[in-house]
Design a binder for this molecule. Structure first.
Ligand SMILES: Cc1cc2nc3c(=O)[nH]c(=O)nc-3n(C[C@H](O)[C@H](O)[C@H](O)COP(=O)(O)O)c2cc1C
Length: 178
């Protein structure tokens, strides 16, 4: 109830990087394995397709979250934060998540339904992140205003992959006293 009461969108972020343990906990909350025997995840997906990957844009590089071994895989040693959105705060906020569907994993879902189901799954993951942030005293905003072509190029997506949403996460910016 407290996390839900605190959930809100933020658009000003302190640039300080998050501690590694916080990043680890956040990624587990977003898309981690919570039922190891079944490979079940913290967020639902249509027919358990697990089709949405989470990419992480940090100053040190662009990574993909590998849920099965709870690790970050380096995609490129580039600071892609700026590419994840048009709004000024993305240049300096410490990290962004980018939700990407791989349509190749959705063969069991009727083709006409795949995109909407993937957006729903990404929304569930993003809400996991938002509630984690609320519980951990962090600031976040889900973003759909994106240059999807630029992001797809920066990540190196193939024709079956599609950028869905992004989400900026960081500490709340403390405003200077006048
Ligand atoms: C699908 C979706 C897309 C959104 N895209 C953006 C965005 O591109 N940029 C932004 O600043 N906020 C974005 N938002 C956040 C909304 O503006 C925000 O949730 C809304 O104003 C309500 O405010 P609240 O989240 O603080 O309750 C998005 C929210 C959703 C659900």
């Amino acid at each position: 109830m407290q996390a839900l009461a605190l959930r809100q969108s933020a658009r000003e972020f302190d640039p300080t990087p998050l501690p590694e343990q916080t990043l680890s906990d956040l990624l587990w909350a977003v898309a981690g394995v919570n039922r190891p025997a079944l490979g079940g995840r913290t967020a639902p997906s249509a027919m358990n397709s697990q089709e949405v990957d989470v990419y992480v844009a940090l100053p040190s590089g662009l990574f993909r979250y590998a849920a099965l071994d709870h690790s970050l895989r380096l995609v490129g040693a580039v600071d892609a934060r700026r590419v994840t959105g048009y709004q000024d705060f993305v240049d300096t906020a410490p990290m962004d998540l980018v939700y990407v569907v791989d349509h190749a994993r959705m063969k069991l879902v009727p083709a006409s339904k795949r995109e909407s189901y993937a957006f729903a799954a990404a929304g569930a993951m993003a809400q996991n992140a938002s509630l984690f942030c609320a519980s951990a005293g962090l600031a976040t905003v889900i973003r759909a205003w994106l240059d999807r072509a630029a992001l797809a190029q920066a990540i190196g997506l193939n024709n079956e992959q599609q950028v869905l949403l992004a989400q900026t996460i960081g500490r709340t910016k403390i405003m200077a006293m006048p």
